[in-house]
Design a binder for this molecule. Structure first.
Ligand SMILES: Cc1ncc(COP(=O)(O)O)c(C=O)c1O
Ligand SMILES: N[C@@H](CCCC[NH3+])C(=O)O
Length: 443
């Protein structure tokens, strides 16, 4: 049986940063989104700084209530805009980075190197050297080969790398196949049975100090059970390593906590804190988490205008063609993910709902934002907000179909500012060169 779609206005009830005002329409942190659509144009991403702050504080309170002192390394792959990072740095977050580029961004906003963890299944020599020179606090090694390479690179620089082994606990996260990372066949992490010997090898190698274990089993996880299973296995490994005389001082618990996009029963942060407390709480290790989506997703909306309403026969939903597409928000096309869609106009929001299929203009059949979605009858020129797009939204945009990257704004307490101008069209071919011999041919 298919699940009924929640009413667009009903979605607002559980999203305190969004409110429908009878005069100004949809407000995000008290900024009328219609003003942003008018002044910046669409498509346009909007990030709520207050929402980012509130969510970090909620997460922190849950861990404090569980009696846990946990370091927060924000997984900046979710949303790496400098403004987002600045807010989160001010809230006391370090960063989990997956590339030299992300490391550069984190340093640019002043996140201290010792508060940065470098994870990732393929770190180049150049990226590792950059991390070592910058004094990154922890490098999560994902293979025996990487460990040996890192030891040698650190040697050439006269540096010492603090290393955690990212282990693959072979746990089913119960999430979408394409965002599961902790099953034995996944490319991530060190195979479970190889990890103890590798930890021993790390303690014998020069220029690296093994400080602990890291685990991350996937994203948008909607039950505490997989977390408990993974952390329980990691706790067993910590005990076994210590029994072998090895030092394990840190457990990095990764990210993955899911959110409610539609009607999911997402576990509250207290459930994650509880899973960590139960499994790792008595180990006397420094604990850290790497939340991305949970912090950033509800702190963002994507504004899009209706270009056309493509009428269909009576029993078929009309196509609502937006000016935002899969090149802007890739999640629906990639993972069939569901995002709330709310019209900005207060009048439109009051109308009766009829099923409509919301699509983008990109030349791909998968460019569908919502299928047969109950929405007020949308008309050309209407603007909608696509909800919960603050994580894995703008960061995953491309310029496919020669569509410039959308503008971005940040809101807080009724004020707003542009944080990224719409990409100028010429920027799409900046850096491209036509070979000279082609020029001669056309002369
Ligand atoms: C190593 C690591 N840590 C943290 C995260 C953040 O995950 P999420 O956004 O689901 O919290 C990811 C992404 O899945 C990751 O690969
Ligand atoms: N990009 C995915 C999440 C991947 C997390 C990184 N391993 C999403 O949009 O849900």
């Amino acid at each position: 049986m298919t699940r009924p779609d929640p009413d667009p206005l009903h979605l607002l009830a559980s999203r305190p940063s969004l409110r429908m005002d009878v005069h100004s329409g949809l407000l995000f942190e008290d900024v009328p989104l219609q003003i942003l659509a008018r002044d910046l144009g669409t498509p346009c991403w909007v990030t709520g700084a207050g929402t980012l702050r509130r969510r970090v504080r909620n997460l922190r309170s849950a861990f404090e209530a569980a009696g846990l002192d946990v370091g927060f390394h924000y997984a900046m792959k979710a949303n790496d805009h400098l403004a987002t990072l600045s807010v989160l740095r001010a809230e006391g977050c370090g960063a989990d980075v997956v590339s030299g580029g992300e490391l550069h961004r984190a340093l640019t906003v002043g996140i201290r190197p010792d508060r940065i963890v470098f994870s990732g299944v393929g770190k180049t020599d150049a990226e590792l050297k950059f991390a070592l020179v910058q004094g990154v606090g922890q490098i999560n090694v994902e293979s025996a080969e990487e460990l040996v390479r890192l030891s040698a690179l650190a040697g050439t620089l006269g540096a010492t790398a603090r290393v955690a082994l990212r282990v693959n606990p072979d746990v089913e996260a119960g999430t979408h196949d394409k965002i599961s990372t902790g099953r034995a066949g996944d490319k991530f992490g060190i195979a479970w049975h190889e990890a103890p010997a590798l930890y021993r090898q790390a303690s014998d190698l020069p220029n690296v100090i093994p400080v602990g274990l890291a685990v991350h089993i996937g994203s948008q996880i909607l039950s505490p059970a997989p977390f408990r299973a993974a952390y329980g296995r990691v706790a067993d490994m910590v005990r076994a390593l210590r029994a072998d005389g090895l030092h394990v001082d840190i457990v990095d618990c990764g990210g993955g906590l899911g959110i409610r996009y539609r009607d999911e029963l997402a576990p509250p942060p207290s459930a994650l804190a509880g899973a960590i407390q139960e499994t790792l709480g008595d180990l006397d290790v420094a604990l850290a988490i790497e939340p991305g989506r949970w912090i950033a997703a509800p702190a963002g909306v994507l504004l899009a205008s209706v270009i056309d309403v493509k009428k269909q026969p009576d029993d078929v939903p009309d196509f609502i063609v937006l000016d935002a597409a899969m090149n802007d928000l890739a999640r629906p096309a990639l993972y069939d993910s569901w995002h709330g869609i709310v019209p900005l106009s207060p009048e439109r929001a009051q109308e009766d709902l009829i099923p409509q299929t919301v699509v983008g203009p990109v030349c791909e059949s998968s460019d569908i934002m919502a299928t047969a979605r109950p929405l007020p009858p949308l008309q050309r020129g209407d603007v909608v907000a696509i909800l919960d797009t603050g994580a894995y939204g703008a960061v995953m945009s491309s310029t496919y179909n020669a569509r410039p990257l959308a503008a971005q704004a940040m809101v807080e307490h009724g004020q707003w500012q542009t944080i990224k101008a719409r990409q100028p069209i010429e920027a799409l071919w900046a850096g491209e060169t036509i070979p000279e011999w082609l020029d001669r041919e056309t002369a």
